[in-house]
Design a protein. Structure first.
Length: 336
């Protein structure tokens, strides 16, 4: 497939986190065809029920190209115009998958070996696929992790600390609030204190931030709520521990804070000849735990349109990304 056709085919397969099986099967078939033509191997690597990573390799990989197959909701199908391919996952990260596959195909056609392609599940939620891959005894010396960076090499990424905040109360008729105990009031009080937690600033990564992403609870407007929940996340620019302590102080006597997961901020080395940037998001890299080698982060697309209804990737960047990935692989192989 041409890279634009491959990108659209990937985008048109709904693969919201935990429902990646259809896109995984499609990627497996594409890579199986490539492996059959070029003497490689490809396999499904189980992560959980109906979930698997896809790993293809040609001899023992020294450099592995990797990104994720899952997307955030809501799904919407692809379209294209003269400049862009639009649709959920176009930038994050199905255009990247297409660029990596085409780059590998070009490298193999010129006789390059010792490369791998690893496409994982679960990045948008808890890095389940990368964590599973980190337990695999196979490895490489270098990992090129694909995320939308406008084709610039990321020198640092922020970390993340995610919580669920649970509040409980007692049901009652809203005409007699003194007979109940509102979980929603408790949750709102806790969130108000959490919003006032001072967040640090770091010279390279800038300010930390907080997002209250989901609030749910209650039964009806005339019923005092007996349960409420919020899902929140902090973007980290340093040590997570002071924020952990502040969150637990904020909810004390009001709610319960349940930590879902934490990923630290990461700094990366430069690579000669590649333009660089700093990004505020989190990647799978810490979850790989260096098991797949020294990491680099780069990919086509802008994070500013990822996770939005305007998600798109420039066709020019897709083409450029294949060339950049090829150059990175050659440079890293030469350095090995």
């Amino acid at each position: 497939m041409h890279i634009f056709e491959l990108t659209r085919s990937l985008v048109d397969i709904e693969s919201i986190t935990e429902h990646e099986e259809p896109v995984g099967s499609f990627v497996f078939k594409i890579l199986s065809d490539l492996a059959a033509r070029s003497g490689g191997s490809v396999e499904r690597c189980p992560v959980g029920p109906n979930r698997f990573n896809v790993f293809a390799h040609w001899e023992n990989p020294i450099v592995t190209l990797s990104t994720h197959m899952d997307t955030v909701p809501p799904f919407f199908a692809s379209r294209e115009d003269s400049d862009f391919i639009w649709g959920r996952g176009a930038a994050d990260a199905k255009g990247i998958i297409a660029s990596m596959i085409v780059a590998a195909e070009n490298l193999l056609a010129r006789g390059t070996r010792n490369i791998g392609l690893l496409f994982v599940v679960g990045e948008e939620r808890n890095s389940a696929g990368a964590r599973a891959a980190a337990q695999d005894h196979r490895a490489s010396r270098f990992l090129i992790n694909g995320e939308p960076t406008d084709n610039k090499l990321a020198l640092a990424t922020k970390g993340i600390l995610r919580y669920e905040i649970h509040a409980t109360g007692r049901l009652a008729h809203s005409a007699y609030p003194e007979l109940g105990d509102s979980a929603i009031d408790k949750l709102l009080d806790a969130l108000q204190v959490i919003r006032r937690i001072p967040l640090p600033q770091e010279e390279l990564l800038g300010h930390g931030s907080l997002n209250i992403g989901v609030i749910s609870g209650g039964h009806a407007p005339n019923v005092i709520a007996d349960a409420a929940k919020a899902e929140i996340s902090f973007r980290l620019v340093g040590d997570a521990e002071p924020i952990r302590q502040a969150v637990h102080r904020a909810v004390a006597g009001r709610a319960e804070a349940r930590e879902i997961f934490s990923i630290p901020c990461v700094r990366f080395d430069r690579l000669d000849g590649f333009e660089s940037t700093i990004v505020s998001y989190t990647t799978d890299v810490p979850a790989f735990a260096n098991a797949w080698g020294k990491p680099f982060v780069l990919g086509p697309g802008s994070i500013l349109v990822a996770h939005t209804l305007e998600e798109r990737v420039a066709k020019k960047q897709l083409l450029e990304a294949t060339e950049i990935y090829e150059r990175m692989v050659k440079q890293l192989l030469a350095a090995s």
